[in-house]
Design a protein around this ligand. Structure first.
Ligand SMILES: Cc1cc2nc3c(=O)[nH]c(=O)nc-3n(C[C@H](O)[C@H](O)[C@H](O)COP(=O)(O)OP(=O)(O)OC[C@H]3O[C@@H](n4cnc5c(N)ncnc54)[C@H](O)[C@@H]3O)c2cc1C
Length: 599
């Protein structure tokens, strides 16, 4: 165990993974899912296979009424109400169950976005911020699919700068209605939505949120956007011209719309990660199938090392993403239980819990969407010319994937946000970064410990590598803060480097802990391939952390101080020599034999 990091047995708070070490017994892994959760997986899979896949082309062409009727069918199966409390017609399931829904829906491509936007950004604002009357009125119908919802934040002149929205709501003279004027853009589900969650400036400058309905006079829609991918999902502009909205439709409080917008986006980011996990698995499955079928030089292309490398790398990245995703999901669940036990109402508790892990949600959003992009890209490559043809699914999956780096906060915004939130937590004393950062500084000046790792714990070297990588971050971020102080916020390149280091560490630690748990429960021989994947991930991940750290340090360090830090970085990103080529061949053999992602 590391000398400078404190071991904790219990739940870590948001962002604390950087300064504390976790025990594998405390970490949830996909192998820990219970029977009820697995039954939901079966329901979702069978819904997608029977109801969506056979008519996918019709969804892709936006056949009128089709997505709406499928949403109603999903509602009949209870799939729209998993996050809605039972008293409002839902099932009130935990966060992990909701993650499973989103992950397993991914195969339904555009439909997964329609359903995801309805149950997520469309419905959750009312679940978490609605008053009793609003919840009773809307939630049962949103759970059944009788009403469909959309979320209207973005405007032509405000995307990443969401609070710069110009849509205005003015209370009328009678004091009964808000008169809303403005324009929203890129609104998913708007073509068929009944309920519009609209962010606006009440009185011109108080950012707030109103519930609008489709038949309110003055609410009109633009034409369907012609998009690069997810063509089956409805995306339009929403025009608001003197729309008269009863003042009872105010959601939350005047001037506190940012709490709704950002908390819902935060949960959306996590869910996006679960969705792209499902999409990545699906791309891998397409690749495995094609690589076995396609023959060149009188042999299936799956026999070529170059193809096996790609299959193994896709599998390894998915394994790491899956480990990180379910670890975070369970932390949110546990925090919610803790808050409920302290007397918080369920809705408030789950929102606060997700907010607690906002750093992890942002990290997962950008790692996840980039894992998906890697997988869909290599999927096209494995398909060769057929990857470029619309006849097979690879081309569509490639186009569909790209949006995930753009919405729910672009990946740049999420990188910046994750570091900003971490530093704010450190400044406010919520996370003690100072003590471990000072310990790292002291350690840097001492003689390095090159003794062999004698810890008998499984994957001790890999765990030590992760702990050291945390020190690399503490050293880099600590030095950047010390040197640049308030100027750091203007040095986005450095912040992005730190965000990348953080994301690597979170994913790598989650991977090691999951595999340690697997070894303990099943023995090394039974999980040899998971061990291979963990070693590949650590070996490559440490190299990347070194590179990101180097970019950051070289951007602001100088002279001897820089040289010492670069040596420290090298020391903290050191790892055993691994034959990753052989390890990847074993990973590829396993997934080829299973013909699916089998972890
Ligand atoms: C298919 C689709 C569906 C969508 N669905 C919805 C929906 O249902 N509801 C909704 O409200 N919105 C939705 N959106 C909007 C989406 O959330 C925005 O497109 C996204 O937030 C980016 O905003 P923007 O397009 O204005 O890009 P911009 O904000 O103009 O960004 C352009 C580029 O500049 C970068 N950038 C911006 N600010 C900074 C900064 N401070 N520092 C560094 N880089 C920066 C961005 O990362 C990006 O690379 C959807 C978009 C699409 C394409």
């Amino acid at each position: 165990m590391s000398e400078t990091l404190t071991e904790v047995k219990n739940l870590l708070n948001g962002g604390e993974f950087l300064v504390k070490s976790s025990n594998f017994q405390d970490v949830f892994t996909p192998e820990d899912l219970n029977e009820e959760q697995l039954m939901i997986v079966d329901t979702v899979k069978s819904f997608v296979e029977t109801e969506i896949t056979p008519i996918y082309d019709r969804i892709e062409h936006q056949e009128p009424g089709l997505t709406e009727s499928l949403l109603v069918k999903a509602g009949e199966l209870g799939l729209l109400g998993l996050a809605i409390p039972e008293e409002y017609g839902g099932m009130g399931k935990d966060f992990n169950t909701n993650s499973l829904l989103v992950e397993n829906l991914a195969k339904s491509r555009s439909f997964s976005l329609s359903l995801g936007a309805h149950i997520g950004i469309g419905t959750l604002p009312i679940v978490y911020f609605g008053n009793e009357q609003q919840k009773t009125h809307y939630l049962p119908k949103l759970a059944s699919g009788e009403l469909k919802a959309c979320y209207c934040l973005t405007e032509p002149s405000s995307g990443s700068d969401a609070l710069g929205a110009k849509t205005v709501a003015i209370l009328n003279e009678e004091g009964t209605h808000y008169i809303v004027n403005g324009q929203k853009m890129w609104i998913t589900n708007s073509g068929f939505a009944d309920v519009f969650i609209v962010f606006c400036q009440i009185g011109g400058d108080k950012f707030s949120c109103l519930i609008l309905e489709k038949d309110m006079p003055g609410l009109t829609l633009g034409a369907e956007e012609k998009k690069m991918g997810i063509k089956g999902s409805s995306t339009r502009q929403v025009f608001l011209e003197n729309v008269k909205v009863p003042k009872e439709n105010l959601l939350g409080e005047i001037g506190k719309g940012h709490l709704i917008a950002f908390n819902i986006l935060n949960i959306g980011r996590y869910k996006l990660a679960a969705g792209v996990l499902g999409g990545s698995k699906s791309a891998l499955e397409q690749s495995l199938k094609y690589a076995e079928e396609r023959q060149q030089f009188k042999t299936p292309i799956s026999n070529f090392g170059a193809i096996q490398h790609k299959l193994a790398e896709m599998t390894t990245r998915i394994y790491a993403l899956q480990s990180a995703c379910y670890r975070a999901s369970d932390m949110i669940d546990n925090k919610e239980k803790e808050l409920v036990a302290q007397g918080k109402p369920y809705q408030e508790a789950i929102m606060m819990a997700a907010e607690e892990y906002a750093i992890e949600c942002s990290l997962l959003k950008f790692i996840g969407s980039e894992v998906l992009d890697y997988c869909v890209d290599e999927n096209v490559q494995i398909h060769g010319g057929m990857g470029y043809s619309e006849e097979l699914a690879a081309a569509g999956a490639y186009r569909d994937a790209r949006i995930n780096r753009i919405f729910e906060g672009t990946n740049e915004i999420n990188r910046l946000l994750s570091v900003d939130m971490l530093l704010k937590r450190a400044m406010s004393g919520k996370i003690d970064m100072m003590t471990p950062a000072l310990a790292v500084q002291k350690e840097l000046m001492s003689v390095p410990d090159f003794s062999a790792n004698e810890d008998s714990e499984p994957l001790a070297a890999e765990l030590k590598a992760v702990q050291n990588a945390k020190k690399a971050i503490l050293m880099t971020a600590g030095a950047a803060v010390q040197k640049l102080m308030k100027q750091l916020k203007n040095e986005q390149e450095i912040l992005m480097n730190i965000a990348d280091m953080l994301a690597e560490v979170y994913a790598l630690e989650s991977t090691v802990l999951r595999t340690q748990k697997l070894i303990t429960n099943n023995g090394e021989a039974a999980v040899a391939v998971q061990i291979d994947m963990t070693k590949i991930a650590i070996s490559d991940g440490m190299e990347r952390i070194n590179l990101y750290g180097k970019h950051a340090l070289q951007a602001f360090g100088e002279g001897d101080e820089l040289r010492i830090m670069l040596m420290g970085l090298k020391r903290y990103t050191k790892y055993d020599i691994v034959n990753t080529k052989d390890a990847r061949r074993r990973v590829a053999a396993k997934v080829l034999e299973a013909n699916t992602y089998c972890f």
